[in-house]
Design a protein around this ligand. Structure first.
Ligand code: CA
Length: 246
């Protein structure tokens, strides 16, 4: 599925493009309304439209896009732009997301909007657009004794439920997207917290510590010093973690 992202702030566009890419989306990113309307990129299946653009009002971009096509449009708005959101919906936008938001939330909206609009739906099982096989977006994932269901947000260890806070679950699910891969602190903050988190990342360490405690073995989450963290099955020194997930 091809997305056109019209967003002038690279601090938001960068992590978003990368995050959506991990889920199998192709993202064309432009930084101005004019570029978004120029049609220089391939015809998108859905448009992500920031309302605060440098060259023109995002609402005008929305109006122009809608005048020429039925492409689903999701507005990205800052706080305090509630009136704009309402006008945007009246102008034909399909939905909006208020900053800050996470990649997962955005993907949920994309799915909902494409379902409603009858556009080619994004389904993880569609062969041409499936995300990498180790990255089940729905359903249960098994990693050694750990089972993780994104649909029900339940985690079981050796068959016993593990009580996680919503954020702890999001962190675990994010790392489990690609077991063994080291994710940088910034990538984690961008995806699990929000795409423009600035400031100390001590909260990340606190959540990692809580997860290690609740999973009963610090080996589940390995620290890559100076970089970030990765999920590994404790005692598993082969690539079996990825195998188990697939
Ligand atoms: Ca902006």
């Amino acid at each position: 599925m091809r997305l056109l992202l019209i967003e002038d702030d690279d601090r938001i566009a960068g992590p978003l493009t990368e995050g959506l890419g991990r889920y199998g989306f192709t993202v064309d990113h432009v930084r101005t309304g004019a570029a978004g309307l120029a049609g220089t990129t391939a015809a998108p299946d859905l448009v992500l439209l920031d309302l605060g653009l440098p060259d023109m009002d995002g609402l005008d971009v929305c109006r122009s896009l809608r005048a020429r096509s039925a492409v689903p449009i999701i507005m990205i708005t800052a706080r305090g732009e509630e009136a704009d959101r309402i006008v945007g919906l009246e102008l034909g936008a399909d939905d909006y997301l208020a900053k800050p938001f996470g990649v997962r939330e955005l993907i949920a909206r994309i799915r909902a909007v494409t379902r409603r609009s009858g556009a080619p739906a994004y389904t993880p099982t569609e062969p041409a657009e499936a995300p990498e096989p180790h990255q089940p977006a729905t359903g249960a994932q098994t990693l050694g004794p750990l089972t993780l269901s994104r649909r029900t947000r339940e985690v079981h260890l050796d068959g016993r439920p593990v009580a996680l806070t919503p954020r702890e679950f999001d962190l675990l699910a994010f790392l489990a997207d690609d077991p063994g891969t080291v994710y940088s602190r910034q990538q984690i903050m961008d995806s699990v917290w929000d795409p423009h988190f600035f400031g100390p990342t001590k909260t990340l360490d606190a959540h990692v510590a809580a997860l290690r405690r609740k999973l009963g073995d610090p080996g589940w989450i390995t620290t890559a010093r100076g970089v970030g963290f990765r999920l590994t099955v404790p005692g598993d020194h082969t690539a079996a973690a990825a195998e188990a997930a697939g």
